[in-house]
Write a protein of this length. Structure first.
Length: 264
């Protein structure tokens, strides 16, 4: 276990540093990349939204306070995790994704300018190559986070998704940036990343009708994070991601608590 923890936090253990691991953690900055789950959480137009209800909340018949609640949610909504099973027959379900694939160094690709000019922007191979020109090769085991800037619209569903409609009508009106399937294939063929996420409702852009980026990534055994929060607080490189989905046996996806650890 000790070896695992040291490996997990290796980017923050500086050579020759005299501080021990708890001190390193205490001196680092933790950033929550997860949106709250409530009735306003963004779900696909054809999905049932998150529901939270009270079982009991108050002073019980024995005279002390007690509270308990229940919730219902589809796998793919709010800040959530996609397992390979989502778009790959025979792919791993949530509980089969190893812990070693739930953390890694962050690669934050900023496409905010292009995405602001085009709601249907596709993050391209050129965007990934430009990141590498400035920051070096995407490291093995990395988690790529596509920063489109749309996270700032989370509380405005129309700006965030392009529609306020539900059902098929809503799906037809979705407009938000995503990953070009050619870039997904390039990553699968040329880089050894473990996951990719972004601050929109889907890895595929809103107008996709074939979900090719999903299909390519799931076939390659990668996992995905959607509706990620606070990407504006992360540097282009140097942060470390820990992404822990609800462990749903047989699940194709799950609610996700994702955090970043940075040195500043």
């Amino acid at each position: 276990m000790k070896k695992f923890v040291v490996f997990l936090l290796a980017p923050f253990l500086l050579a020759g540093c005299q501080r021990n691991l708890p001190d390193q953690l205490h001196g680092s900055r933790w950033i929550d990349l997860t949106h709250d789950f409530d009735s306003t959480s963004i779900y696909w137009p054809t999905n049932v939204k998150f529901h939270h209800d009270t079982v009991f909340c108050g002073i019980n018949d024995k005279g002390y306070f007690y509270s308990s609640f229940k919730y219902a949610a589809e796998e793919h909504g709010g800040t959530h995790f996609d397992a390979p099973l989502h778009f790959s027959e025979g792919g791993e379900s949530i509980e089969k994704v190893g812990i070693d694939r739930l953390h890694g160094p962050a690669v934050v690709v900023d496409v905010t300018k292009a995405a602001a000019e085009n709601r249907d922007y596709l993050v391209s191979v050129a965007d990934l190559e430009n990141w590498e020109k400035e920051n070096g090769r995407i490291p093995d085991g990395a988690i790529i986070l596509l920063y489109t800037g749309y996270g700032k619209y989370w509380n405005d569903p129309l700006k965030y998704t392009g529609t306020l409609k539900s059902g098929k009508e809503g799906v037809e009106e979705l407009h938000f940036p995503g990953l070009d399937p050619e870039a997904a294939q390039w990553l699968a063929d040329n880089r050894k990343i473990i996951a990719i996420g972004l601050d929109t409702p889907s890895i595929d852009y809103g107008q996709s009708n074939d979900f090719r980026a999903h299909r390519v990534l799931c076939a390659a055994g990668m996992t995905m994070y959607e509706n990620v929060a606070n990407l504006d607080l992360l540097p282009a490189k140097g942060a470390y991601i820990i992404a822990l989905p609800m462990k749903i046996k047989g699940g194709s996806g799950a609610p996700l608590r994702i955090v970043a650890l940075t040195e500043d």
